[in-house]
Design a binder for this molecule. Structure first.
Ligand code: NAP
Ligand code: ZN
Ligand code: ZN
Length: 346
């Protein structure tokens, strides 16, 4: 199947228009016309080889929404015309303990990413969603509630599920205090979900200008972190802190935010390891944990939750010729709060 895409032809080269061939639709696959694809900071990390050697040409994009245009002979989950979403992975081993528990993102054999990898046959290159069309096995795609605006849904497929999953795992409920570090694509979804789950939300941001937006999204408090001293009044105040920042941070100052037995969940992927002061963990039996996206059933649960609570991402819809500028603006923390590519312009 021929696809028009936006691709990086090498690390650090700009994103350009590029035609590729996708695999043909198999028995259990569906084909879709992509409507919108979100720009995740992980796309930038991978295009720029900040996470190690990558496969080029690379078509990034793992926040994909569109409409089903064709189905394979054995497909029962979708029909032509359905609104469909695809996230960060397109396959997994389906047999390990994690896969059987619906936690495909933690597949013991490794999940198959949506791009910058080979499919499970070991030879087909996986190309992502900065494109006009896509092919996906029905088991790894989700339904989109009819009441939600498609452009605002695209970021839910990565940014949304990545924050929803730890908020649910750590039992977010009314009465809890949740801190969100970084008000970018991921962080702003964390604010919306934590608020919808009834928690009191505090945003820790190094961009003072984001205060009004944070409050409008449901935060009660906004702490500007450009002076690290500003964290002090908030020490020992939080049941849960979600850390979406990938930049180098004074991590121990942020661990001080945790109450007794509370947890910081690390979600952003910093280039350098953190220097954790174990004394800060001992004092208060604090924990530091990680979390990565969410499984297929949980993605569907998250989208259904969004349908009920009318939650979508705050997006800036862009044309294909703006992607390189959008990358620069994202790196500069100047994103309000997710760039989404209108795929009809590719
Ligand atoms: P993003 O939109 O660029 O947001 C990151 C935010 O971090 C920025 O908006 C900024 O918020 C804050 N920040 C940036 N530089 C900072 C600095 N020098 N000091 C303090 N704060 C800084 O990125 P994203 O798409 O949300 O992704 C965030 C990270 O999560 C990336 O590393 C991405 O690869 C990773 N990720 C992880 C998963 C997972 O499954 N765990 C999934 C998707 C993405 P303020 O302006 O408010 O400070
Ligand atoms: Zn992502
Ligand atoms: Zn598995």
């Amino acid at each position: 199947m021929k696809s028009r895409t936006l691709a990086a032809l090498s690390a650090n080269s700009p994103i350009v228009q590029h035609e590729i061939n996708r695999r043909d639709i198999g028995d259990a696959d569906v084909a879709l016309d992509i409507a919108f694809a979100g720009i995740c900071h992980s796309d930038i990390h991978q295009v720029r080889e900040e996470w190690g050697p990558a496969i080029f040409p690379m078509v990034p994009g793992h926040e994909i929404v569109g409409t089903v245009t064709a189905i394979g002979a054995s497909v029962t989950k979708f029909k032509v015309g359905d609104r469909i979403g695809v996230g960060v992975f397109i396959d997994s081993c389906r047999a390990c303990t994690s896969c059987l528990a619906g936690l495909q993102q933690y597949c013991e054999g490794g999940m198959t990413g949506t791009y910058n990898t080979l499919e499970r046959d070991g030879k087909t290159v996986a190309y992502g969603g900065y494109s006009n069309n896509f092919v996906i096995n029905q088991d790894y795609a989700v339904h989109i509630p009819g009441n939600l605006d498609l452009a605002g849904v695209a970021p839910l497929l990565c940014a949304g599920i990545t924050l929803y999953s730890p908020l649910k795992k750590w039992g977010t409920k009314p009465g809890m205090t949740v801190g969100v570090m970084g008000l970018g694509g991921l962080g702003h979804m964390g604010v919306k979900f934590a608020h919808a789950l009834g928690a009191e939300v505090t945003v820790f941001s190094h961009s003072a200008s984001k205060k009004d937006d944070a409050i409008a999204m449901g935060a009660t408090n906004f702490v500007c972190t450009s002076e690290i001293e500003s964290l002090k009044p908030w020490h020992k105040k939080f049941d849960l802190v979600l850390n979406t920042v990938s930049a180098d941070l004074e991590i121990n100052s942020y661990l001080e935010l945790l109450k007794l037995d509370a947890t910081m969940v690390v979600i952003g992927l910093p280039g350098k390891p953190y220097k954790v002061n174990v004394g800060t963990l001992l004092n208060g039996r604090r924990r530091i944990a990680g979390s990565m996206i969410g499984g297929i059933d949980e993605m569907q649960e998250m989208l259904d939750f969004c349908g009920v609570h009318n939650i979508v991402s705050d997006v800036e819809v862009i044309k294909s010729d703006y992607v390189n500028i959008a990358y620069e603006r994202t790196v500069a923390s100047d994103v309000k709060y997710r760039f989404v590519i209108d795929a009809s312009t590719i």
